[in-house]
Design a protein around this ligand. Structure first.
Ligand code: NAP
Length: 244
């Protein structure tokens, strides 16, 4: 079977590291992005320079038509997707009493509706191929909750419930569905929180430091590999002991 991976939100941060990891593992990679075209092309160039194959594909993962067009493009250019990584995500934090409905809707659409849209689009080919891997990036916020992140935590808890239900639906087709739940990982998303918040968070992490995008990517690489063939419906926490 050809090895084709689609990583959503792969222009930066954790998604970028996952795209590079899967390319190193022999996958042709679809590098999805929303607006950072130059950064996505840099990821593609890095993969190609290392002898791999990749294409950058712009699509808003919350938009059904754009998601379907993205799957048509990747299927034409690389082949049918065998590993889908639902990674694209945003935050729009605020205490609940001050959170407006647009903040709620945008985060739920980008982080959860996207997982439904992309997984459904990927499953068609995977069911035909009688196998495949779906891996979604949740968060420890979706397990433990976090003040100021009711929208984000709800979206990430939703990803965990979605993962369990879908794993039960498609297990008989040879498809595994899992999630990873990172803690505090050094990316643009956490940079935006500022030094004070980062410092306070670091004190709560057993390993005493932020994680790197590569440390999340290695777990995704494992879940995509043959080594993980009997794992499904699980959420693997990658947080250095933050949620203990
Ligand atoms: P990031 O550095 O902010 O990167 C976000 C990525 O998502 C970018 O590639 C961005 O594309 C893409 N994206 C955003 N909205 C999109 C949309 N509508 N359609 C397509 N792509 C979109 O974030 P990150 O820290 O790497 O986070 C990646 C995932 O891990 C997210 O799901 C996040 O919730 C989760 N996570 C992160 C942490 C952490 O500590 N960093 C912890 C737990 C979970 P553009 O570059 O084009 O904007």
């Amino acid at each position: 079977m050809s090895k084709v991976a689609l990583v959503t939100g792969a222009s930066r941060g954790i998604g970028r590291a996952i795209a590079l990891r899967l390319a190193a593992d022999g996958y042709s990679v679809g590098v999805n992005y929303a607006s950072s075209a130059a950064k996505a092309e840099e990821v593609v160039a890095e993969i190609v320079a290392a002898g791999g194959s990749a294409v950058a594909i712009r699509a808003d993962v919350a938009d059904a038509d754009e998601v379907n067009a993205m799957f048509a493009t990747i299927s034409e250019e690389l082949g049918s997707v065998t590993v889908l990584v639902n990674n694209a995500g945003i935050t729009d934090d605020g205490l609940l009493l001050r959170m407006n409905a647009d903040q709620w809707d945008r985060v739920i659409a980008t982080n959860l509706r996207s997982v439904y849209l992309c997984t459904k689009a990927a499953l068609r080919g995977m069911i035909r191929a009688k196998g495949g891997r779906i891996i979604s990036v949740s968060s420890v916020s979706g397990i433990s909750g976090n003040p100021g992140q009711a929208n984000y935590a709800a979206s990430k808890a939703g990803v965990i419930g979605f993962t369990k239900s879908t794993a039960k639906e498609v297990g008989s087709r040879g498809i595994t569905v899992n999630a990873v739940a990172p803690g505090f990982i050094a990316t643009d998303m956490t940079d935006a929180l500022g030094e004070e918040v980062t410092e306070a968070a670091t004190h709560q992490i057993s390993l005493g430091r932020l994680g790197s995008p590569e440390e999340v990517a290695s777990v995704v690489g494992y879940l995509a590999s043959d080594e993980a063939s009997y794992i499904t419906g699980q959420t693997i926490v990658v947080d250095g002991g933050l949620a203990l």
